[in-house]
Design a protein around this ligand. Structure first.
Ligand SMILES: Nc1ncnc2c1ncn2[C@@H]1O[C@H](COP(=O)(O)OP(=O)(O)O)[C@@H](O)[C@H]1O
Ligand SMILES: [Mg+2]
Length: 621
């Protein structure tokens, strides 16, 4: 298989700013890190001391010397490894805690940031990307504290200590040993490049695999798989991705195995050199056999340290890629929460005004894709097209106003921009030109949370959380009493249905409310909106899934609540809006007709044509 090449910009540039930003996450762990450094120092000292003791033992034994001293040296040889592994355990535990604390803080920061990002981010971000950053990338970063820090520090100290002792013992032997070092460095460079490339690809492949599982195991996803008979296709797609993951795993493993053979070979050559030079020197009585044995012991430590040092940059680079991707997310601009204000009443009056509002979607993709393009590329397709391929305004010069107790209806062909108007009211998007005001104040001068507290929106895509019926209702207002729940259910014409359920409000609604009918779902959403009891009520084709009897029952209920609030409805069925105080007819983002039902009919424009068409089809029913 071929490994797709990584984009160079994915490998983080080690700018000062970036490094400092990474380090910031470790500052709260300073004490733990210092304790770990202390343990590492002790452990390295014990390790470096061992060959010296070994040398002593050997030289005394070969010289037939003092047995009590020999016993002490032998005891130390047992004790030191035990002590240093004890220190290792302690250091591991401390760093484990530090690492968990860092990821804990990272995850929190990312999630809090996610909750403050504008809505459009979620519409435009590549699927799976957010989750990949919250889980996968945060996990990647643990490499720094769990491996790079302890192993890097240990190896560096060990290298320094070992070299110091070696040169002080015998400089000629040390030089012989060092001959192999440049070779090791060269191998490490080669390996790191290949390994990093593979690791990034493995990360992408895993993300693509996870994304497919997520897509095809949610109710709506599996439904289209089943109904379009794409089962085999999905299985093959998964197989392809899964094979890629496996091949990358094998390749990664082979690479490390090959490297071990190579570096062991180089280390063996170095060791042989030491034996050869050492043997000659011993023969020349330059020093003891003990020194040669100690040297060989140091050598294996030296090469082990070098091997570890050479493998660390790879994991560290992966961790830094993780940080880079997390920072990318943390750098996305958050929603403007508006000013703090204490002069506002808890409940707005409910006078809404649009003044020459013009709005255009921009199609920036906020987070670069990692998961998607890979799978797409595999399927031989190009990158995803943007949502808006022309630069036309989604809304142009929209003006209207309505007061509490009034109802405004928006009608028009699909794609005209009706839902977009609704999205501007709770400031899911802001207009590019013009102004929207609530009770005479520009929405941008109002605290966002307060504004949204004044609005109930029943959107076309109704979200039902995994939980019970009661949970879903109370999401709108956790403190609602049972009586309030009941009256909302009654108004939405759902009370009887709820009573008929064996578990009533405790009924579990399944994943994404998949066990609800379209009409039940809409009525639940309306009940939820009514429970919130706001001065502004927005209904986006909220009764489109109901039969005409249920619809007219709901119309009656909505008629009753209209007195206390400003109501905006988007309606497909024109029969539901003929009593509106004003009807806007929207086409391609512009208001092309406006007025009350009668005058619009008399005008015999688009509204009249739509109305006639529906009237005739209703007659046929
Ligand atoms: N987030 C978005 N980015 C780009 N274009 C969008 C986005 N949401 C909607 N649109 C486009 O804006 C137009 C109006 O959409 P909408 O307001 O949902 O229409 P409708 O009148 O059917 O409710 C459509 O052409 C739609 O494709
Ligand atoms: Mg719509």
């Amino acid at each position: 298989m071929t490994i797709p090449s990584i984009e160079p910009e994915r490998i983080p540039k080690m700018s000062r700013k970036f490094v400092l930003r990474v380090l910031k996450w470790y500052r709260p762990q300073t004490v733990r890190l210092l304790i770990a450094v202390f343990f590492i120092l002790l452990a390295v000292a014990f390790t470096v001391a061992q060959p010296l003791i070994l040398r002593d033992v050997v030289d005394r034994a070969t010289a037939g010397g003092d047995f009590s001293q020999l016993a002490i040296a032998a005891a130390l040889l047992v004790l030191l490894p035990v002590l240093s592994s004890g220190l290792n355990v302690a250091q591991n535990r401390i760093l484990g805690t530090a690492s968990a604390s860092v990821t804990f803080n990272l995850r929190n920061a990312v999630y809090i940031h996610l909750q403050h990002l504008p809505y459009r981010m979620y519409v435009h971000a590549p699927p799976g990307e957010i989750n990949a950053r919250l889980s996968g990338d945060v996990q990647q970063t643990t490499n720094i504290i769990q491996r790079a820090f302890p192993e890097g520090l240990t190896s560096l100290l060990r290298l320094a200590g070992t070299l110091a002792v070696m040169f002080s013992l015998e400089w000629r032997l040390s030089l012989a040993a060092m001959l192999a070092v440049p070779l090791l460095g060269w191998v490490a460079r080669k390996r790191n490049y290949a390994a990093r490339k593979m690791a990034i690809n493995a990360m992408q492949a895993n993300a693509a695999l996870g994304l497919q599982v997520a897509e095809t195991t949610q109710p709506n996803g599996i439904l289209s798989v089943r109904l379009f008979n794409r089962l085999q296709h999905e299985i093959e797609r998964y197989l392809l991705l899964n094979r890629q993951v496996r091949d990358l795993e094998v390749a990664q493993n082979n690479l490390s195995a090959n490297i071990i053979v190579l570096t062991s070979g180089i280390a063996a050559i170095g060791t042989a050199l030491v034996y050869a030079v050492g043997g000659l020197l011993v023969l020349g009585n330059a020093f003891s056999i003990g020194t040669v044995i100690a040297f060989v012991a140091y050598l294996s430590g030296l090469y082990a340290a070098l091997q570890i040092l050479s493998s660390l940059p790879q994991g560290t680079a992966m961790a830094l890629v993780g940080y880079q991707r997390i920072f990318e997310l943390l750098d996305l601009e958050t929603e403007n929460l508006g000013p703090m204000r204490s002069d506002l009443p808890a409940r707005a009056h409910g006078e809404l005004r649009f003044e020459n509002v013009t709005f255009q979607f921009n199609d920036e993709v906020p987070l670069r894709e990692t998961a998607r393009p890979w799978s797409v590329r595999l399927m031989g397709q190009s990158a995803q097209p943007s949502l808006t391929d022309n630069a036309a305004n989604a809304l142009e010069n929209i003006s209207f106003s309505l007061n509490p107790g009034q109802m405004l209806a928006i009608v028009g062909p699909s794609g005209a921009g009706k839902s977009t108007i609704f999205n501007l009211i709770p400031r899911l998007y802001d207009p590019d030109q013009g102004k929207i005001a609530l009770d005479g104040q520009d929405l941008r001068d109002l605290p966002l949370e307060w504004l949204r507290q004044q609005i109930s929106l029943v959107s076309q895509g109704i979200y039902i959380a995994p939980g019970t019926l009661g949970d879903n209702l109370r999401y709108a207002r956790p403190e609602a009493t049972d009586a309030e729940l009941r009256s909302a259910l009654e108004a939405a014409n759902l009370a009887e249905w709820v009573e008929s359920l064996p578990h009533g409000l405790e009924t579990f609604l399944g994943q994404a409310g998949a066990r609800l009918s379209g009409g039940e779902r809409q009525r639940l959403a309306i009940a939820r909106a009514l429970l919130k009891n706001t001065p502004i009520l927005l209904l986006d084709e909220a009764t489109s899934h109901l039969d005409s009897i249920n619809e007219s029952l709901l119309q009656d209920a909505l008629f009753r609540v209209r007195r206390e609030r400003a109501t905006l409805v988007i309606a497909h069925r024109l029969s539901t809006v003929h009593d509106a105080d004003e009807i806007l007819v929207l086409e391609r983002g512009k208001i092309i007709e406006r007025g009350v039902h009668k005058s619009l009919l008399a005008h015999s424009g688009l509204y009249a044509r739509l109305y006639e068409k529906q009237f005739i089809s209703n007659e046929k029913d």
